[in-house]
Design a binder for this molecule. Structure first.
Ligand code: HH2
Length: 319
């Protein structure tokens, strides 16, 4: 079915909100806590303070460079800057808790002091706890808050979490991913994990199908194509396909740094299908692309609205 003008712009109008148990820059206070709301898709800027991330590992030389890069992502229009101290690329080895704390906490602290909204990308409850104490207002957990201590940290600190789906472990997840029904399986996992977290006091949850995490190309495509379905559960949907290898599989680009065109195609389509947050390395480029797409969608909606008001064209009389 063709999209009507209104449906074509529904993603632009859609209001997304996250509830917090503590004050966050830009949030509105009411008797239940703090709410941060935004219209249409927002951007989560990726800030990896790692030597080995798949596309930008080792790019930032020390905490000062990391803070400057984070401030820039925020000024370019990121809703939140996602600080990560451990790579989750396929085949990655883990890092110690001590090393991850050393990499992330000073950066989180300094970004927060400069008014930047920060999320912490970690699977370790101790790292999440230290980061939220240093000012992070969101926990991004690629293990979907499976660790009860993670849920406790978020509930106690009053911070929402991103619950992501991953099949297996980063070290081995791409060896032989299998699903009975990838969309149904991932959706069921996300809804059950979100429900458990909310029941245990986590103030809000963003769900994320985990593009590239224990998924083959056909799984990633099926999940992206199902974005409207995944976004239809009353929970904000995050999509993170930035520079990922599915773009190489689809279009042949071997260098992650040269995958911005493919990234934009995947993310803009996810945005039109209702994604609330796009996790991106290239914030200013996404902000520009979204501003243009938004304007076209609004013009389309206005055209349809004005043609609905016109009298119907009369069919020629056949005698
Ligand atoms: N992807 C990566 C890391 N964290 N978190 C969420 N919620 N969703 C994602 O898709 C996601 C994520 C992988 O990307 P990147 O951070 O650039 O690489 P690395 O894990 O190598 O640091």
């Amino acid at each position: 079915m063709a999209e009507s003008g209104t449906a074509a712009s529904a993603w632009v109008e859609r209001v997304h909100a996250l509830r917090f148990g503590r004050d966050v820059p830009g949030a509105r206070r009411d008797e239940h806590g703090w709410t941060l709301a935004w219209r249409g898709p927002a951007l989560m800027g990726v800030l990896n303070v790692t030597p080995d991330s798949f596309s930008d590992g080792g790019r930032l030389d020390g905490p000062e460079a990391a803070v400057a890069a984070g401030v820039q992502l925020f000024e370019e229009g990121a809703l939140v800057v996602d600080v990560g101290g451990e790579s989750s690329r396929p085949g990655a080895d883990g890092v110690s808790e001590r090393e991850e704390l050393r990499r992330t906490v000073p950066v989180v602290e300094e970004l927060t002091a400069r008014g930047v909204r920060v999320s912490i990308d970690t699977v370790k409850a101790a790292v999440a706890e230290a980061a939220v104490a240093a000012g992070a207002c969101l926990v991004n957990d690629i293990r979907g808050l499976a660790d009860p201590d993670m849920r406790r940290v978020c509930a106690r600190a009053g911070v929402p979490a991103v619950v992501m789906h991953m099949q297996g472990e980063p070290r081995s997840m791409q060896r032989a991913p299998r699903y009975r029904d990838v969309v149904g399986d991932v959706e069921a996992y996300l809804l059950a994990s979100a429900r458990q977290a909310l029941d245990e006091g986590v103030p809000a949850v963003i769900i994320d199908p985990g593009i590239g995490f224990g998924k083959r190309l056909e799984h990633n495509l099926a999940l992206l194509a199902a974005s409207a379905r995944l976004a239809g559960h009353g929970l904000p949907l995050l999509v993170g396909a930035s520079r990922k290898s599915m773009i190489q599989r689809l279009a042949g680009e071997t260098s992650p740094l040269a995958r911005l065109p493919g990234t934009l195609s995947l993310h803009l389509r996810a945005a039109q299908l209702g994604a609330a947050v796009l996790r991106v390395h290239d914030v200013s480029e996404h902000a520009q692309a979204l501003a243009v797409l938004r304007a076209v969608a609004e013009a389309e909606a206005a055209t349809v609205a004005s043609s609905v008001g016109e009298p119907a064209r009369r069919e020629p009389h056949r005698g």
